[in-house]
Design a protein around this ligand. Structure first.
Ligand SMILES: [Zn+2]
Length: 342
């Protein structure tokens, strides 16, 4: 397991100290699996101002398509060959096709009746139930042997900085036979890793992170939690690897509860930094993929400037696909760890 760091130094004349020379350190890190690079730089205090979220919720509720008075009337249904009942319903959670699909099978899972649930009020039980609803959908696709039922992916864009245009908590649910870019790269790299080392990359990663300890957060059931060495998010990424599980459909109800609990631990700590938004993706292999371990990546999102609505992703990330993280992942792990071990 190679954790490559390329140190950098920038010399500048500091106007705040009579133009004295100042050296600013930063690093470029390479992800041990894919070689994807990420810059640890800027070193700002990870603290942001939250906008008035209650006002934002109020402004958007009257025309929200996912609120209970509208969701059953204006969301689409699956055709009978996929789902005879049209939508999947469990309590106040509803899964239906996305009107604007991203995949052959592209669904939305509304996580409940409430239009706005603040990040720290998202209960593990609600999150786990929504994940379970997604898995019910994937199981139906398996039963009907749908040709696109290969990669079963759950994405979560929570609140506008993450790319969500709808405040109402919902998941994006995809099944398709073409894995998205980074997942495809991970699958190929994991295959090569197995060929070279004879072991599964994520098993070795968890063992290495546990031994080193600086980014390791803890274990809940058979989910192992750590901070990414080369994060994509400006405030780091939290990763959960599920021991022995290759793909989404191999997750048990207990795994879903453990993933949900760990996610709420991360949310609680990031909330203290003023963060109120995140992306979360399932990275899943297929049933043939012995080289893969299902992992979930949680990446907090923010605006750099609330007033201007400046996103935290600029040209470096968007067009070079280069990660930028504004604090050392090991320092972020220090803040998160007590929550996972408490
Ligand atoms: Zn709503």
């Amino acid at each position: 397991m190679k954790f490559t760091v390329i140190p950098k130094e920038t010399v500048l004349l500091n106007p705040l100290q009579e133009m004295r020379r100042r050296t600013v350190a930063s690093e470029i890190r390479l992800d041990p699996l894919t070689g994807r690079s990420s810059r640890i730089c800027h070193f700002m205090k990870l603290q942001w101002q939250k906008p008035d979220l209650a006002a934002l919720a109020d402004r958007t509720a009257s025309h929200c398509p996912f609120c209970p008075e509208r969701v059953m009337a204006i969301t689409p249904c699956f055709p009978p060959e996929i789902l005879p009942q049209g939508r999947l319903v469990n309590g106040d959670q509803v899964l239906f096709p996305n009107l604007a699909p991203y995949e052959a099978l592209s669904a939305v899972a509304v996580m409940g009746a409430a239009h706005h649930i603040p990040m720290t009020a998202l209960e593990p039980g609600r999150i786990a139930a929504a994940f379970a609803l997604c898995l019910s959908f994937f199981r139906i696709l398996e039963v009907i042997d749908h040709p696109e039922s290969v990669y079963h992916l759950v994405n979560w864009n929570y609140m506008p900085p993450s790319g969500s245009s709808i405040v109402h908590p919902h998941l994006q649910v995809f099944a398709g036979n073409t894995a998205p870019q980074l997942l495809r790269e991970e699958i190929a790299a994991a295959r090569a890793y197995r060929r070279d080392h004879g072991t599964v990359y994520w098993d070795d990663l968890v063992a290495a992170e546990r031994a080193d300890g600086s980014r390791y957060l803890g274990r809940i059931g058979r989910t192992e939690w750590l901070c990414a060495f080369a994060p994509m998010g400006v405030a780091g990424d939290v990763v959960a690897v599920v021991d022995g599980v290759r793909r989404t459909l191999d997750l048990t109800g207990e795994d879903l509860a453990d993933l949900a609990l760990g996610l709420t631990h991360a949310m609680a700590v990031y909330d203290e930094m003023g963060i109120f938004s995140f992306n979360m993706n399932f990275f899943s292999g297929t049933k043939e993929d012995g080289d893969f371990r299902l992992h979930v990546v949680f990446s907090p999102r923010t605006y750099f400037n609330q007033v201007l609505g400046t996103p935290d992703v600029g040209a470096l990330q968007h067009l070079y696909r280069e990660g930028i993280c504004m604090a050392f992942p090991e320092e972020i792990a220090q803040r998160l760890r007590p929550r996972f071990q408490g």
